[in-house]
Design a protein around this ligand. Sequence first.
Ligand code: GRF
Length: 227
Amino acid sequence: MSTTPRARLVVLISGSGSNLQAFIDASASGTLPAEIAAVISNNPGAKGLERATSAGIPALVLNHRDYTERTQFDRELADLVEQFQPDLVILAGFMRILSSAFVDRFAGRLLNIHPSLLPKYPGLNTHQRAIDAGDSSAGATVHFVSNELDGGPPILQASVPIVAGDSPDTLAARVLTQEHQIYPLAAEWFCRGRLQLENGVVLLDGAPLPQSGYRYSPPEEVNDVAK
Ligand code: GRF
């Protein structure tokens, strides 16, 4: 039995919440030594809210449409998150740009996953852009969040092949299977005290990671797609 104390996570979502589900499953199975203290969405219609409720996790909505000022929304969101005393805050498909009013409050304990091999394709439409560029691979990156959009220091990357006939949707589905592996894994490192951000440098077990993060080896079935 693990002796690691369970960390407290708050997960922010806007949509389907399949990454949230990966966290719920990893927490339930014990691979992730953490409990999800709350799930918060800016979108009242987010399907992920139902996933949270089904798992017995408090599911809250803070609708950004009720705010005229971005910084006011960010401040109130930070206050709400803080009420749950998180060790780690997880952005899991949270489709709002967060200003420093939020980011600075959780520096070093705020993670995001982005569906590209950063620094390639920050921002939106990553899969379309990778296909249009004729890239042979795509992927996802877990990173610490900084005040630069999708620009914080990378922790873990997984890549998948882009195959003939791929659409943004088929590619997104292939990348998502990898997101569900690497995001709980990066959180597990953090919760076990193996991962830190120090002066902008990501340390795993005390040693700096490569600039683009640790490269995760995709499981067999992903390689099979390219054959
Ligand atoms: C994922 O592709 C994630 O990388 C991006 O938004 C998507 C969220 O998917 N930031 P889900 O809501 O976790 O299913």
